[in-house]
Design a protein around this ligand. Structure first.
Ligand SMILES: [Zn+2]
Length: 447
């Protein structure tokens, strides 16, 4: 219960610098897979930590940390990345980060960022267009801000290197979902219910959510009784693997990227009970990544429908004695937006949508080829020969039965998400026309 203080914080929008403002303007089931509240930790009636004595008084701790420059001695690696952020071709694409128009495939393919697109995007979102890391430092929620920052970006680089280069579930996909997550996090409905810590948690959950993805779906692992299926007992095999791999990577001393241990375990503000920020971060990351499992999609949409747009169900402040319920609801909101970001490709401008469609088909069909090679039945959607002639039909099915019901509900809750549903409607018309013309793969994706 120590983490419950976080349910009482929120921050409505980022600092409204001109740059940030212009920045803001500007596999389905079978194939599963204010500032007003910004600094205020309000007291809650949850049980205090067993080690409350070590916590610093609020003013002393916060003041001391606020006086420390966030980046006093940037390392050589960080300076190189800063130079990267100034390069024109990178900058042009990054200006769309956090919008539905961000082209992650093009961004991740730029020679200058090829080895670390997640790190470059992370630095842009956390430090350039936003001030998330600075806020964490100001509040005293992390120890040793310089080290935290350096390890965090090292972590993003290392995580990025653990994604496949070519498959649909590549680092470019992680970059895309991270950017789309930023789009969701900037919506007033989300900012009113979250803190800078939640913001960091959201971007990290997106960055790690498919790490190590083997390019095959859970059914393949269950059928072949793969090592991963055995390890995770056929349950959320890939999602369990992603979150586990992310923490294993972070905890390996040789990787020098354990930012997690620098989150405060006994944070205290004023007379409030101690807060274990590490515990909250782990709970949130695990919950969000596990919620990307497509096998839970129908249940998730049903739950969202049941909660609906009832204001009382989505409070911004926890009523006394209902802190745990409040945290549960907040995490459900964050799970919802990560899952939605993961499924956002039909809600994007057509050229971006087509780029992702081509990649996902390549991954599905590659699995089908492997199944044929192994003498196994070909999984749904994985038959290359059948698929080549039925791309529009497959895309319409995904759009109508999976994405549309989900995004329509989200747009009822968050009006800004109507931008996504409008693009989805346009893409639906596109696929309907393609279907009418019986367009083949080669006609849709000319060389
Ligand atoms: Zn994904």
């Amino acid at each position: 219960m120590e983490e419950l203080s976080f349910l009482l914080q929120n921050y409505s929008t980022h600092d409204s610098s001109a740059e940030a403002d212009s920045h803001l303007q500007t596999s389905w089931e079978q194939h599963s897979k204010s500032h007003s509240g910004r600094g205020s930790l309000l007291s809650v009636s949850s049980a205090p930590s067993s080690d409350a004595s070590g916590a610093e008084p609020e003013e002393q701790g916060t003041q001391r940390r606020a006086d420390t420059p966030w980046v006093s001695t940037p390392s050589r690696k960080m300076r190189r990345t800063s130079t990267l952020l100034k390069m024109t071709d990178i900058r042009t694409l990054l200006d769309q980060a956090g919008t539905l128009h961000f082209d992650a495939i093009a961004f991740a393919g730029l020679p200058a960022v090829r080895s670390k697109p997640l790190q470059v995007l992370g630095q842009f979102l956390l430090e350039e267009s936003g001030d998330v890391l600075e806020d964490l430092q100001k509040h005293g929620w992390v120890e040793d801000g310089d080290t935290f920052r350096s390890r965090l970006f090292q972590f993003l680089e290392t995580i990025g290197s653990l994604y496949s280069r070519e498959a649909d579930h590549s680092c470019a996909h992680a970059v895309d979902v991270t950017s789309t997550m930023e789009w969701f996090v900037q919506m007033p409905f989300v900012t009113d219910r979250t803190t800078p810590l939640d913001h960091l948690m959201c971007l990290l959950a997106a960055a790690i959510h498919d790490v190590g993805h083997p390019g095959t779906n859970p059914l393949f692992h269950v059928t072949t009784m793969s090592e991963l299926a055995i390890r995770y007992n056929d349950k959320s095999i890939l999602e369990n693997y992603h979150i586990s791999l992310a923490f294993e990577t972070m905890l390996k001393p040789m990787n020098n990227c354990n930012w997690f241990e620098l989150l405060q375990k006994n944070f205290r503000q004023g007379a409030s009970p101690c807060v274990n920020i590490q515990k909250y971060m782990r709970r949130g990351l695990v919950a969000m990544v596990l919620a990307t499992d497509m096998s839970g999609h129908a249940k998730h949409v049903q739950k969202l429908h049941e909660i609906g747009g009832d204001e009382e169900a989505w409070l911004t402040v926890a009523p006394e004695g209902q802190e745990e319920e409040f945290v549960e609801r907040k995490l459900f909101l964050l799970e919802t937006v990560l899952h939605a970001a993961d499924l956002s490709s039909p809600c994007r401008p057509r050229s971006i949508m087509l780029g992702w469609t081509q990649r996902v088909l390549a991954e599905f069909w590659s699995q089908g080829d492997e199944e044929i090679r192994l003498g196994l039945p070909v999984s749904p959607l994985c038959d290359r020969q059948a698929g080549l002639a039925t791309v529009p039909k497959g895309q319409l099915g995904f759009l109508q039965f999976v994405v549309q019901p989900f995004y329509t509900q989200i747009a009822e809750l968050m009006p800004e998400a109507q931008e996504a549903t409008e693009l989805m409607t346009q893409n639906k018309e596109f696929w309907e026309n393609m279907e009418k013309d019986k367009a083949t793969y080669d006609e849709i994706f000319p060389e």
